[in-house]
Design a protein around this ligand. Structure first.
Ligand SMILES: *Cc1c(COP(=O)(O)O)cnc(C)c1O
Length: 369
């Protein structure tokens, strides 16, 4: 791959293959796989990622909001797509594009049924989400009789699956909480199966659920961060390959004397002779101000260089005093080293937030080798 001459997010599809195969090795051969490609496939490029996942054998895709699915459908993706956060305003679009809504409350279930009936649908595939402890979206267990009653009055929809979401599957000190979620979900599943005359499939595990809770795999698993290359732990990270590398290059090098300030509001002042490099990337590209003043550390010629002073909208300055490098040299913000997890940790956040925040100003480059 040629060295970066501007800021780019390089996305390596080969790495998805490794991540997918590793996750598949953790589940039974007949357990389904849902690739979660919400938020532009975790900040990368959803269409190419989706196509790769389908080629690898993924059974389902998921996105958060209806609009995110349009590029997939309009580019010819045919496999089922679950809309994790279906909203009433988008029900027409959902049906027009054959998307499958997550219906998580009495209000949205009833309103979707009205829409499906209006449009003459029969057995339209829907998914019901249950709250087992996250307290975010989902029916409570006590609502099952009500749900069954609502469903008994219509043939416009059919429950394709029921699911729930784990709150702390990556945190093994919360094992008891997670096991409780799993058993709650089993209970819900048993009641639903007893009351419907068909069997919706069941799914619960996200990436860390796949890795840490084999008893939570049910009929399908949902992975987002895993396919994008993160195992959410020091033990699992080496089994994954980050698919995205955020690269840029040095626009200019400055030689400072002691007691010179760098950047807006003089947030940094040198205490010795120093060398800094200015990079063409800033908070408008997704490297927020929380990474300023040494919290973010990037890599130049394999050596670590901390960010100096405040992050500007379009630029960042880094300390390269100890690094032998030139204007034009490539700089890795995150990728293999530092990883997005490491870069994010410096500012007290997580890979998910960092990678999904890389803005659309950054050119995406797809490689497959
Ligand atoms: C985002 C999301 C996932 C994917 O979680 P990862 O930890 O990235 O694997 C799975 N299920 C639901 C409901 C989600 O919102």
């Amino acid at each position: 791959m040629p060295k970066a001459q501007e800021t780019v997010l390089e996305i390596n599809l080969k790495n998805i293959e490794q991540n997918y195969n590793y996750l598949k090795s953790k589940i039974k051969p007949d357990t389904g796989f849902m690739g979660v490609v919400k938020a532009y496939a975790y900040g990368s490029e959803s269409l190419k990622i989706a196509e790769k996942l389908i080629a690898l054998g993924a059974n389902y895709l998921a996105i958060a909001y209806t609009n995110e699915a349009l590029v997939l459908r309009d580019s010819g993706i045919k496999i089922p797509i679950l809309v994790l956060h279906a909203q009433e305003v988008s029900f027409d679009k959902i049906i027009e594009k054959c998307l499958e809504p997550n219906l998580y409350s009495e209000k949205v279930l009833k309103s979707f049924i009205v829409k499906a009936e209006e449009l003459g649908q029969k057995n339209y595939p829907i998914h019901l989400k249950f709250n087992t402890g996250l307290n975010r979206l989902g029916f409570n267990e006590s609502e099952i009789p009500k749900i069954i009653n609502i469903l008994s009055k219509t043939d416009a929809v059919k429950v394709t699956s029921i699911f729930s979401h784990l709150a702390a599957s990556e945190d093994l000190s919360e094992k008891e909480f997670t096991e409780n979620q799993i058993s709650k979900f089993k209970n819900i599943a048993t009641q639903i199966d007893a009351k419907l005359d068909y069997k919706p499939f069941k799914h619960l595990a996200n990436t860390s659920g796949i890795l840490n809770y084999p008893n939570a795999h049910f009929d399908m698993v949902r992975s987002g961060i895993g396919i994008h290359g993160f195992g959410n732990s020091l033990a699992e990270d080496p089994n994954f390959k980050p698919i995205a590398t955020l690269k840029t290059n040095i626009s200019q090098i400055h030689y400072l004397e002691a007691n010179e300030s760098v950047g807006y509001n003089m947030a940094f002042t040198s205490n010795k002779k120093m060398k800094t490099a200015t990079l063409p990337i800033g908070h408008a590209d997704g490297i927020g101000r929380i990474y300023g003043n040494g919290k973010g550390i990037v890599s130049v010629r394999g050596k670590l260089a901390p960010i100096v002073g405040n992050i500007c909208m379009d630029m960042i300055m880094i300390d390269i005093s100890e690094i032998d490098c030139n204007e034009g040299d490539e700089v890795i913000i995150f990728g293999e080293k530092p990883t997005a997890t490491q870069f994010a940790e410096g500012a007290g956040t997580i890979s998910y937030e960092l990678i999904t925040g890389i803005s659309q100003r950054v050119k995406r480059i797809i490689v497959d080798s």
